[in-house]
Design a protein around this ligand. Structure first.
Ligand SMILES: Cc1cc2nc3c(=O)[nH]c(=O)nc-3n(C[C@H](O)[C@H](O)[C@H](O)COP(=O)(O)OP(=O)(O)OC[C@H]3O[C@@H](n4cnc5c(N)ncnc54)[C@H](O)[C@@H]3O)c2cc1C
Length: 427
């Protein structure tokens, strides 16, 4: 059987030590079989275990192998489409529930870190950076909108205020969210996996679910074993492939790339981001960056389709980094990697149930560090028979991508081109 390891990322190179997690061999019986050990799967497993369920997690590769172990590490509130869009398009009661949940994921992450003592370089504070007057206007509305939902840790920054937190001349202003922040994403996932095991849950790595036998007691098959369960939770996101064809049609895997510099001197690091906040700009195809625990600049940006080799990634992302920080022109890039997130046409998560006992959550469209933690709680509530919050997500409408799976990549490339133009000309 093939053995899949992490990409050569900064996160894999600086991961906390972990125990061996053998592949599933033989048959086991449990209450819930979770497919995928990213944040969605691990968060669901943890909430279920805390509520007395027996849980077996199947991971095709390694814990945090997918987006959860490769992302920008930015704790960003709300959803990829903000609450204003939700309010405009959904019934009032459903919109209210979704709005009230928009800030919960970040709180769950902090609770997990505190309760289970997870070492993942948590730092508080995140900034949304405006590149145009239109984007600044949008941030002003966003602040008012979030405050309407009880969020009180927001501060608008003018050009000078922005210059005080980011040493770049690119921005007109920004919005500081002190309940945003950043983490070492793989170490967060590894800490959550250890928490799952500390509560008696089992995680099998190198154990892809290859088939689900649906029915009153579903059975999940892997190459060398099977799990008989009362419930299945599908949390494979962009790496799920075609395991559940009805989900694949309404979502599309997209690649985004990240580079990491060599460690910067303390003076240089502090001159770039004096308060150590993370930053994302307001473009649709956004740039996002932050300092690591050992003072490297971690910089991601854009959406590029298909697998890329590290040299190629550096060619694409380094110019973006230098446009923001020309002062880094002599700094070496130590790591470059790619990861996939799952896009839906509405950019809202795809959540639901197949039959009575197969649950899923996926497709948070590149903005999932907080949402996935909330998703675990909401899925666990639904399995316990409290489905009001689950139903608010499950009622979000989703549409197939035009042309179906085969045409998804050309369609998405067209979409990326359109959004690049939109960002460039401030449309
Ligand atoms: C490069 C990058 C940067 C990002 N930056 C940010 C950011 O800064 N902030 C933010 O909020 N969001 C960010 N995101 C998005 C965020 O990382 C994701 O939304 C989130 O991690 C998704 O978590 P997940 O558990 O749903 O999926 P994943 O983390 O992708 O986990 C899915 C897991 O399921 C496993 N799996 C798949 N199929 C099977 C199967 N058949 N059997 C068993 N296991 C299976 C996979 O191996 C994988 O480990 C970024 C994404 C990428 C790719």
């Amino acid at each position: 059987m093939s053995h899949t390891t992490y990409p050569q990322s900064y996160y894999a190179a600086s991961a906390n030590p972990v125990p061996p997690r053998p592949a599933l061999d033989g048959e086991v019986e449990t209450d819930v079989c979770v497919i995928g050990a990213g944040y969605t799967g691990l968060s669901t497993a943890l909430f279920l275990l805390e509520n007395g369920f027996r849980v077996t997690v199947l991971e095709a590769a390694k814990v945090g192998f997918g987006a959860s172990g490769r992302n920008g590490g930015q704790i960003v509130n709300s959803y990829s489409r903000d609450i204003d869009v939700i309010e405009r398009t959904l019934p009032a009661q459903q919109a209210r529930l979704l709005g009230e949940m928009a800030f919960e994921g970040g709180r769950i992450i902090r609770e997990r870190i505190a309760t289970y003592g997870i070492a993942c370089d948590l730092k508080e504070g995140g900034v949304f950076a405006a590149l145009s007057a239109k984007q600044m206007g949008h941030l002003e509305s966003q602040k008012a909108l979030w405050e309407r939902y009880g969020h009180s840790q927001l501060k608008l920054l003018d050009r000078q205020g922005m210059r005080d937190v980011v040493a770049s001349d690119n921005y007109l202003g920004g919005l500081l969210d002190m309940s945003g922040g950043h983490i070492h994403p793989l170490n967060l996932a590894l800490g959550e996996a250890a928490a799952v095991e500390s509560l008696g849950g089992t995680i099998h790595e190198q154990s892809p679910a290859t088939r689900i036998e649906r029915g009153a007691n579903p059975v999940v098959h892997t190459p060398r074993g099977r799990v008989r369960a009362k419930f299945v939770v599908v949390a494979g996101n962009a790496y799920l492939g075609n395991l559940i064809p009805e989900l694949a049609a309404k979502s599309m895997p997209c690649g985004t790339q990240v580079i990491t510099t060599e460690p910067l001197s303390e003076d240089l690091a502090r001159s770039l981001l004096p308060q150590d906040y993370c930053v994302e700009d307001c473009n649709y195809l956004l740039d996002y960056y932050r300092l690591s625990g050992d003072r490297r600049l971690i910089y991601g940006g854009g959406v590029v389709y298909g697998a890329r080799d590290p040299a190629n990634i550096e060619t694409i992302i380094r110019p973006k980094m230098l446009k923001t920080f020309p002062q880094l022109k002599d700094v070496k890039i130590d790591f470059a990697w790619t990861g996939n997130f799952l896009l839906t046409l509405s950019r809202l998560p795809q959540v639901g149930r197949l039959g009575d006992n197969i649950y899923y959550s996926q497709g948070c469209s590149g903005h999932g560090v907080t949402y996935t933690h909330l998703a675990g709680k909401v899925l666990a509530e639904a399995l316990r028979g409290q489905a009001e919050r689950f139903d608010a997500f499950a009622g979000l409408p989703h549409y197939p991508f035009p042309g179906g799976r085969l045409l998804q990549v050309p369609f998405s490339a067209l979409g990326a081109w359109y959004y690049t133009l939109r960002d460039r000309f401030g449309l």
